[in-house]
Design a protein around this ligand. Structure first.
Ligand SMILES: Cc1cc2nc3c(=O)[nH]c(=O)nc-3n(C[C@H](O)[C@H](O)[C@H](O)COP(=O)(O)OP(=O)(O)OC[C@H]3O[C@@H](n4cnc5c(N)ncnc54)[C@H](O)[C@@H]3O)c2cc1C
Length: 464
């Protein structure tokens, strides 16, 4: 693949970071009670709950810099869905467990609000109604089926509008009749901000946009200021090996220093070249390394005039690209808009994804943004987005890795073979709210709260 277009990975979120903290690396061997590995949103949210809900000493090791992983290269859309349709969760785990998982993700909205208040966070968060558009009957029926099961589980179900001129309107099964309303076609196109008349239905749900990198960096700065004697962040300090014992772990950094801790929480977005030695019994390393597969997602961004409303729209049924993917839901294009810097709006487009073959390493600085992804995105935008200009000048083009577990769900909790090791990682396409949910659950585990079984428990993540 050639890359005439985008020689660098240029993220709008990192461009807005304006970091003020000094960088501290691990320069000697130390000890703490709880060690978090990984300084993305999952790591900092985990640190937040460990600091606010326990009295223990917490350290965080980050191989690069805080918020420069997926957290600095995403679409920044807050959504409370899964990478799988709710119906498939019901089929796989049963309605009670699927319902509880959805409630847990929904609760992350409240947790985020609480964190924002407690920490006086200034990073903008725009919350609104997000839209998903459908062109095909089969996609719409699947979506209605998901909504049907959400309702069966007693969960909140928001509206769906179907165009009055939709040719298959009369074929929609009786059991879905109270889940949608009829609207003029023009209204549907207007909500989806599209000129593509193939879109025949729109569903609505709570959504939001934020700069998760800025949020994570702000949280890091404020936690360090608030807990100077209990919290340390070491950046440019990669973990090479974790040696697990019965009630403690020794963690080795690539510079040869060690950290002794009673629990280690991996918030590494999956993998990343570290070895796990389990001194108490069976091998964990092999299962850990097959736990997460990486999928690279590509994004483009361009400026629009200031004053446009923040929004998020997913376009189902629109063609994406021939890049390989392995998620259960086929890739679709999605748009977000938000105020950006003082005098602009930023429109971001995502969709194409590429599965990293096993044992291949992704390097965000040298990985090439494929020309075919750019072409597919550009032509999608021109065909679909109502306000697209004939020539769009993209200012930002970036990519990042999403880590997927075999179950397609986030993996949260203690390892089943050695609970000294814990996880809050994986399932990354919708990782912002789920990493907050996971962070709270980790603190609940540490505090020995009685937790109901969850489909996020590691034992489920390992299975398809
Ligand atoms: C293109 C794209 C679009 C996305 N869009 C959305 C979206 O719209 N909405 C949404 O909710 N989610 C989205 N996501 C997912 C979301 O960004 C992630 O779920 C979230 O940022 C993950 O945070 P994290 O902390 O788990 O991972 P990361 O931010 O990747 O952090 C993991 C950190 O661990 C560090 N690390 C790894 N190994 C080691 C080691 N051995 N030693 C020390 N440190 C280590 C890494 O350097 C990294 O900084 C998207 C992701 C991508 C790539």
């Amino acid at each position: 693949m050639r890359n005439k277009l985008h020689p660098k990975n240029k993220s709008p979120w990192l461009a807005e970071l304006h970091r003020k903290r000094d960088l501290l690396s691990l320069h000697e061997s130390v000890s703490c009670d709880l060690l978090v590995v990984g300084g993305g949103i999952a790591g900092l949210m985990t640190a937040y709950f460990l600091l606010t809900e326990t009295s223990q000493k917490v350290s965080l090791l980050e191989a690069d810099k805080v918020a420069h992983g997926a957290t600095g290269h995403n679409a920044g859309q807050m959504v409370s869905g899964f990478e799988k349709g709710f119906k498939s969760l019901v089929e796989r785990y049963g309605l009670p467990l699927a319902t509880r998982a959805q409630q847990d993700i929904l609760q992350a909205w409240d947790l985020l609000e609480e964190i924002k208040k407690e920490m006086d966070l200034e990073t903008p968060m725009h919350i609104f109604t997000g839209y998903s558009g459908f062109t095909k009957l089969e996609d719409l029926l699947e979506h209605l089926e998901n909504r049907y099961w959400l309702k069966e589980g007693g969960l909140p179900v928001e509206s769906i509008l179907i165009a009055s001129n939709f040719q298959y309107l009369k074929t929609i099964p009786e059991k879905f009749q109270n889940l949608f309303a009829i609207a003029p076609h023009g209204r549907i196109l207007e909500l989806l901000q599209t000129k593509n008349e193939d879109y025949m239905a729109v569903s609505m749900s709570k959504a939001g946009v934020t700069n998760s990198a800025k949020l994570t960096e702000e949280l890091a700065t404020k936690l360090l200021a608030l807990y100077p004697s209990r919290f340390k962040i070491f950046e440019k300090s990669k973990v090479d090996k974790i040696s697990l014992h019965k009630e403690s772990a020794k963690v080795y950094s690539s510079e040869g220093h060690q950290i002794q801790a009673s629990r280690v929480v991996l918030c590494t977005n999956g993998f990343e070249k570290l070895t796990i030695e389990n001194g108490t019994g069976p091998n964990i390393d092999d299962s850990f390394h097959t736990l997460v597969k990486g999928l690279v997602g590509y994004m483009l961004g361009f400026y629009e005039p200031a004053g446009k409303n923040p929004m998020s729209v997913n376009y189902h049924g629109s063609e994406t690209s021939t890049l390989k993917t392995e998620t259960e839901i086929p890739p679709y294009f999605y748009l977000t808009r938000r105020p950006y810097q003082e005098d602009r709006s930023l429109l971001c487009l995502g969709g194409p994804e590429y599965l990293i073959p096993d044992r291949h390493h992704y390097d965000r600085d040298t990985h090439i943004f494929p020309e075919e992804a750019h072409t597919a995105m550009d032509s999608f935008l021109k065909k679909n987005y109502a306000e697209a200009e004939r020539r769009i000048s993209y200012t930002y083009f970036w990519h990042g890795v999403m880590g997927y577990t075999p179950s397609g769900l986030r993996c949260v909790g203690p390892d089943s073979l050695n609970p000294v090791l814990m996880y809050n990682l994986g399932c990354n396409g919708t990782g912002i709210l789920s990493s907050i949910m996971g962070a709270k659950r980790i603190a609940d585990h540490i505090n020995h709260k009685k937790l109901e079984p969850s489909i996020f428990d590691p034992i489920y993540s390992e299975k398809k």
